[in-house]
Design a protein around this ligand. Structure first.
Ligand SMILES: [Zn+2]
Ligand SMILES: [Zn+2]
Length: 344
């Protein structure tokens, strides 16, 4: 990310460190420790005035601060030229998100349709997410925080959604021509209806419908639930369709009749998401092939919960390329204007 003139060197370096840890799916504890260190140093700079962190660094006093360990010290010393920049340099090299046969598709992407911010369970403010998306070459980012039912993820009530729409308007004035499109990842309820009133669904540029609870219900029920949801004229994208997790706390996929679901996606112009999160990799290859047989639209989405995770679209591009997907089958190869008018 481009540092802004107002950001002191320690902050640029720590932000970059956190960005790189995020893109490598580093343990949450480690990322939190850097985030906490950043907050502590921001306080030092605020209380002591500009240059306070640099002064502490020169004096070798950083680790005397509670919550600032040797890794943070090493990054900050590097930022002020007091020590080597190895820590950050090694991280830059070891966390590169590779791109293979999907390079052409990646170059064709104009935006990302699935992202979270601190409005729900994301780790960064929408402004930081937008700035990162812009620096990756995107023309737009769709803000799709969680709906109210997902209380563990601080899902948005309609009141908070209205506030978010205000913030998006302000940010868009600042970021133009880059755009933040409005959206939500709305929970698909047990009967296939959506966790947001119709009038609100109609106001949003992009609506993702996702299942987040009762994932392993009986297949006939799940099939009907998904078909009902994707047939809803407000739903534009079916998010992470199987809900499987292939890393960490693994989770077996939902069981449903994918022919019915993808036929409905094709019939009602609902895109099937290629969710790029490394622990999801959803849909599995065989289901992607089936979605292609039904001629479904696709959307290659990072589902980023932090700026560095926006780079994960590379994984989905590689996966799509292996399955022979063409750029015009992908929703987010369209410009923001085309996308909005297509989905309205
Ligand atoms: Zn989700
Ligand atoms: Zn999501």
């Amino acid at each position: 990310m481009e540092p802004t003139a107002s950001e002191p060197p320690y902050l640029v370096a720590l932000n970059r460190t956190i960005y790189l840890l995020d893109r490598s799916l580093a343990p949450t504890q480690k990322i939190r420790a850097f985030g906490k260190g950043r907050t502590i140093l921001n306080n030092v700079e605020e209380v002591g005035g500009p240059g306070s962190v640099e002064a502490l660094t020169q004096q070798g006093m950083l680790t005397s601060l509670d919550g600032v360990g040797s890794s943070i010290e090493s990054v900050v010393r590097g930022a002020y030229g007091v020590g080597p920049t190895d820590y950050l340099d090694d991280l830059e090299a070891s966390t590169v998100v590779e791109i293979g046969s999907g390079a052409e598709l990646r170059a064709a992407l104009k935006g990302d349709c699935h992202s979270h911010s601190t409005w729900s369970d994301g780790g960064a403010e929408l402004r930081a997410m937008a700035r990162a998306a812009q620096s990756l070459g995107h023309d737009y980012l769709v803000a799709t925080d969680h709906s109210a039912r997902l209380t563990v993820a601080h899902g948005l009530s309609v009141e908070r959604l209205a506030q978010q729409l205000d913030e998006i308007e302000q940010l868009n004035a600042e970021f133009a021509p880059f755009r933040i499109l409005t959206g939500m990842e709305v929970d698909i309820l047990d009967d296939g209806s959506l966790d947001l009133p119709d009038e609100w669904l109609a106001r949003l540029d992009v609506v993702i419908g996702s299942v987040h609870h009762r994932i392993h219900q009986e297949p006939a029920h799940m099939t009907k639930r998904l078909v009902t949801a994707v047939a809803n004229p407000h739903v534009d994208i079916l998010g992470h369709c199987t809900n499987r997790k292939v890393m960490g706390n693994k989770r077996r996929p939902s069981n449903f009749d994918a022919d019915y679901v993808f036929a409905a996606c094709a019939q009602f112009n609902t895109a099937v998401e290629i969710n790029c999160r490394p622990e999801r990799q959803d849909p599995p290859e065989e289901l992607l092939e089936l979605a292609l047989e039904w001629d479904c639209r696709l959307s290659i989405d990072s589902d980023a919960h932090a700026p560095g995770q926006l780079e994960w679209v590379n994984y989905g591009c590689d996966k799509a390329a292996v399955s022979g997907v063409e750029a015009d089958q992908i929703l987010n190869t369209r410009s923001a204007d085309d996308l909005v008018s297509l989905l309205s």
